[in-house]
Design a protein around this ligand. Structure first.
Ligand code: ATP
Length: 359
């Protein structure tokens, strides 16, 4: 177990126009589970490869267990990696696949046997130890790949989209398995995904990245409740937060098809701004009667998606498509004219230029 500290870490690939990763600052707790999340190309894999030592960082320092690892080769960093492609050796049994790195390091046979069998037990793959990878399901292969990492008893695990080759159901199961495993072993873990739901369900803290820059590092709950800017607000939460461009006058935010009265705290936060982005989560919108109070968004229903426990509707409000989550018993049809409302204290406000959160 170890604390990993990234201090102003950056990466400039030779010949690339800009930095692939810029000014990454994060100090983990010992044994923490950190998720890196963000759209394709935002620098997640580059960050992992720099921690692993597979890629040199060109700015800042990386410390593992209090030791600056600049110039330390991957095999001496005491980390184990699990990737999307399991890269199991096809001609070797599960047991030999798991033992491979320990044999290379010349561990004693008895020690190797014990570590492999303990890891197999933890992962529930003991009955598979003598099989070849081709005789395993995708989920079982993924477990073997995890087993290979566990036997090394590293200070840090690095997992880069380890579940993306699995079908949806198995992914959900394996997520839970990895969390359980982390709880049992308590090893500091970095986990990469581009799937915000996966990030939210797994991370103790989540670093949300965009264009090489960390936008916010926080607990899942704080990311959802207090996103730092428009990007995080829109990235975390499904369906995504709705955004409306609004003009502010006399404490009311208005635009085509909507009018939202700001409460005292939001009026303060808006200050003298005359324009804002307003954010509203779909779960905070409700169907209103025709007499919607101070808050109303009016438009025509374009899509109705009954999902069983709830129904999603899309309403065209002015030139913005607004998604709202309604109760399944509420009868709404395509083409209906509806009014939506949202409690004043659920509105998010963002600066129109910087897109940073005001409230
Ligand atoms: P994905 O989710 O698609 O895997 P990512 O968030 O992991 O994306 P990276 O693979 O870290 O993103 O890439 C970050 C940026 O660095 C991208 O713009 C990418 O094109 C660039 N990049 C990655 N590897 C190299 C390289 N070897 N040489 C030059 N540029 C690179």
């Amino acid at each position: 177990m170890a604390v990993v500290a990234l201090k102003n870490v950056g990466k400039q690939y030779p010949g690339a126009a800009g930095l692939a990763v810029e000014d990454f600052n994060l100090t983990t707790h010992d044994g923490e589970f950190i998720v890196l999340v963000g759209p394709s190309g935002c620098g997640k894999t580059t960050t992992m490869r720099m921690i692993a030592g597979l890629e040199e960082h060109t700015q800042g320092t990386i410390e593992i267990g209090g030791r600056d690892v600049t110039g330390v080769v991957p095999k001496d960093r005491d980390i184990a990696m699990v990737f999307q492609s399991y890269a199991l050796y096809p001609h070797m049994s599960v047991r030999d696949n798991m033992a491979f790195s320990l044999k290379l390091k010349k561990y004693a046979r008895a020690d190797i046997k014990q570590r492999v069998e303990e890891a197999a037990e933890v992962l529930g793959i003991t009955p598979l130890l003598d099989r070849k990878p081709r005789a395993l399901s995708g989920g079982q292969r993924q477990r073997v790949a995890l087993g290979r990492a566990i036997v090394r008893q590293p200070q840090v695990f690095l997992m880069d989209e380890p579940l993306s080759n699995l079908d949806a159901k198995l992914r959900v199961d394996m997520r839970a398995e990895i969390i359980k495993l982390h709880r049992k072993l308590g090893v500091t873990t970095f986990y990469v995904t581009h799937d915000q739901t996966e990030a939210m369900t797994m991370g103790q803290r989540i670093a949300v990245m965009k264009d090489g820059v960390v936008q916010q590092i926080d607990s899942p709950n704080n990311l959802y409740q207090q996103p730092a800017n428009v990007f995080v607000g829109g990235f975390i939460g499904t369906p995504a937060m709705n955004f409306l461009d609004a003009a502010v006058e006399n404490g009311t935010a208005t635009g085509s098809g909507f009018s939202l009265v700001l409460d005292a705290a939001r009026r303060d936060a808006a200050g003298t701004r005359e324009r804002l982005h307003v954010g509203i989560r779909p779960e905070h919108l409700h169907l209103a009667g025709n007499e919607a109070d101070g808050q109303s968004l009016r438009g025509e229903v374009e899509v109705v998606e009954p999902l069983g426990a709830l129904t999603m509707i899309q309403v065209r409000v002015g030139d913005t498509k607004v998604t709202a989550q309604i109760e399944p018993h509420q009868q709404v049809a395509m083409g209906d004219a509806v009014a939506l409302t949202c409690a004043a204290d659920k509105l998010y406000l963002f600066d129109a230029d910087s897109e940073d959160t005001l409230m």
